[in-house]
Design a protein around this ligand. Structure first.
Ligand code: MF3
Ligand code: CO
Length: 249
């Protein structure tokens, strides 16, 4: 079942999203050569707690940290570690969320560590822009497939591929709710978009093939061909006045 949130629910949820966005911004500013992903995770966690929120990934299905931090060919769900030290030229995807007042916020972005290649920059720019294409298609009366196809068309026209094994999701009193929000599909298909729906739209885009595999740690998702991958995510509310991004600081 797809839950529709009232205006007052959206106000509380916006607080969760504000905290998640502030944490992502703060974590992103910490990205630099020499820092460990565990240190970035700690910065994110301290920010969320300082704002009265709770890190909502921690203990989710046994996940051990506040943030997922995925480097270069890692797509999503990289586990922060004191042993993972960022290097100049890395691209670093940080995905994190916060819970506040019973509601969840979820967002992600890919950051450059120092100076990165033009190829890496193009991938990041395309992935960020594909998220905004998806958000623009998230209008009341449309369908989930409108979002999916907007992302897919933008990405594939630029020679990149959309990860299919993982998708975006509804979000609210649970981190993951119905409906699924794929980044590939057909305009006009899928569940109807209605005011009060809140969706985490999150394109995961690979430089090479869309194939991914999971490491033996049970979490880290990698590109099979070793190519770079980027990830951007916002929590978005569908309203009568169009899509509203909830995850901004
Ligand atoms: N960030 C994922 C999402 O966007 C959820 C992470 S799974 C967790 O849906 F276990 F790390 F929480
Ligand atoms: Co998400």
């Amino acid at each position: 079942m797809i839950s529709l949130k009232t205006g007052s629910e959206l106000k509380v949820m916006r607080e969760a999203c504000r905290i998640a966005a502030g944490a992502l911004q703060t974590a992103g500013k910490a990205v630099r050569p020499g820092i460990s992903t565990a240190e970035i995770d700690k910065i994110a966690e301290e920010y969320i707690l300082s704002q009265g929120g709770e890190p909502n990934f921690k203990n989710y299905s046994g996940y051990p940290a506040t943030a997922c931090i995925s480097i270069n060919n890692e797509v999503i769900h990289g586990i922060p570690s004191t042993k993972r030290i960022l290097r100049e030229g890395d691209i670093v995807s940080i995905d994190l969320g916060a819970k506040y007042g019973g509601y969840h916020g979820d967002n992600a972005a890919t950051f450059a560590c120092g100076k990165i290649s033009d190829e890496a920059k193009w991938l990041i720019d395309t992935t960020r822009e594909s998220l905004y294409k998806g958000i623009s298609a998230a209008v009341s009366g449309g369908r989930i497939g409108d979002i999916a196809s907007a992302v897919q068309e933008y990405v594939e026209a630029r020679g990149y591929s959309v990860v299919r094994k993982f998708v975006g999701h509804g979000i609210g009193t649970s981190l993951h709710e119905a409906p699924e929000v794929p980044n590939f599909g057909t305009k006009g298909r899928g569940p109807r978009l209605l005011p009060g729906m809140t969706l985490a739209i999150e394109p995961m885009i690979n430089q090479g093939s869309s194939d991914v595999k999971v490491l033996p740690d049970g979490w880290t998702v990698l590109t099979v061909d070793g190519s770079l991958s980027a990830h951007f995510e916002h929590t978005v509310a569908i309203t009568a006045d169009g899509p509203k991004i909830m995850t901004y600081a």
